[in-house]
Design a protein around this ligand. Structure first.
Ligand code: SAH
Length: 395
């Protein structure tokens, strides 16, 4: 067992049970262990701090599995952690009308680097850290025995793996190869999900509760769904009586899948329009054509990938929100989101306030939104909170 000693006064974050050790905090390592191997982390004066997975290449050199000195990091440990994560989901998800949700949310479920999502009978995993990769076989065995899925599919085809010295990979890990589209149910609505090629693990499960909120405002409304992806918000709106929805997305594949999803829910093609355009440009076209809407949804991709992009991202959020507020009828509502972890809730609220001010309209915040609760946030890991949103009303 390799023991890794921290520099003097660099133990504070671990004492607060934040699970990351940055390379700069480490004193020196005599025999560096292999990628992903479990190490013991101690303070400069030799006090036990945690058991963690070592990553040779990453700036985050160690991700802590456990802060308990008596814990053994073995298959049993992973079994307990996974069971605990599953138990929470059985409490927070109404499984009678939803069969797709996040089962394991990495750091926030005490399993750094491991994402596990359930899509009906299939499980999709991402192994995003050296430690998660190291335990892959055991995790797959545990998931197959605890959940009895038809198949387990890996979607570790993401850039962050490079930082951990790992290659991007995807493919079946257990059971049957999934079909190209899997059918799921979310709050009683049906969706096709492309778990093999779709964004993230195939679907934006984090928006489940926010889509549900749209239902109560949709009756008889004309709705603009910007960054519509596979039509999540649109299906909810049209099934709850919306008059008309316009989907806007720069991806033709996403719009085609949205069309399939709307048809799957029995919605006639007369009820919606698909626009393949850049939202920044399309909102200006609508402005120039004096168009108006009752509800506008803005759920863009991550604009800030790093701290250095915060300013530019803020300008992007302000731009689309200002345009959207101006396009709303009196009494109209804006569902607006940011999934950039680097944009704090405070900053996002400020951006929306600035957009409202510049629009010259009076805007009320009806509700503060966040990610659905299967996307857990540990109190020790504030980075886990990434999705924030507001429902605003133009008065
Ligand atoms: N609201 C969706 C998720 C949105 S994901 C849901 O509930 O499922 C973001 C989407 O924005 C992606 O589909 C992506 O293709 C699209 N996109 C990214 N940049 C865009 C742009 N500038 N204009 C239009 N669409 C864009």
């Amino acid at each position: 067992m390799t023991i890794i000693k921290l520099k003097k006064n660099r133990q504070r974050s671990l004492e607060r049970k934040h699970p990351w050790v940055f390379s700069g905090a480490i004193d020196s390592i005599k025999d560096p262990p292999q990628n992903g191997v479990t190490v013991k982390v101690v303070s400069a004066d030799g006090k036990f701090l945690g058991w963690g997975a070592y990553s040779i290449k990453s700036q985050i050199s160690i991700r802590i599995w456990s802060f308990d000195e008596n814990e053994k990091i073995d298959t049993e440990y992973f079994k307990r952690q996974i069971e605990q994560a599953i138990e929470l989901r059985t409490q927070i998800i109404d499984t009678t009308n939803s069969n797709a949700y996040r089962l394991i949310n990495a750091e926030s479920d005490g399993l750094p680097g491991l994402i596990v999502d359930k899509y009906n009978d299939y499980i999709v995993c991402q192994f995003l850290s050296a430690g998660a990769e190291f335990w892959k076989q055991e995790v797959v065995k545990l998931l197959s025995s605890l959940l009895n899925p038809t198949g387990i599919y890996e979607r570790s085809d993401v850039e962050v793996r490079e930082k951990e010295g790992l290659l991007p990979v995807s493919g079946a890990l257990f059971g049957n190869e999934p079909p190209d589209l899997i059918e799921i149910i979310e709050n009683g609505n049906q969706f096709f999900v492309d778990i093999k090629k779709g964004h993230k693990t195939g679907f934006y499960l984090d928006q489940r509760d926010n889509r549900k909120l749209l239902e109560r405002f949709s009756q008889g409304k004309e709705i603009l769904n910007c960054f519509s992806f596979s039509g999540g918000f649109s299906v909810y709106a049209l099934k709850s009586g919306a008059d008309k929805v316009i989907n806007v997305d720069s991806s033709i594949d996403a719009l085609e899948l949205a069309e399939k999803n709307l048809a799957l829910n029995g919605i006639s093609s007369a009820a919606y329009e698909n626009i393949n355009d850049d939202v920044f440009k399309y909102l200006r076209k609508l402005r120039d054509a004096n168009k108006q809407f009752d509800i506008i949804i803005l759920d863009p991709p991550k604009f800030a990938e790093s701290v250095s992009q915060i300013e530019k991202a803020s300008r992007g959020y302000k731009d689309i929100n200002l345009l959207a507020i101006k396009l709303l009828r009196k009494g109209g509502m804006l569902f607006t989101f940011s999934c950039s972890g680097h944009i704090t809730t405070e900053l996002f609220n400020k951006i929306i306030a600035d957009a409202a001010l510049d629009s010259g309209r009076n805007v009320n915040i009806v509700k503060y939104l966040t990610q659905s609760p299967d996307h857990t946030v540990s109190t020790n890991f504030p980075e886990g909170l990434y999705l924030k949103g507001l429902i605003c009303r133009v008065i």
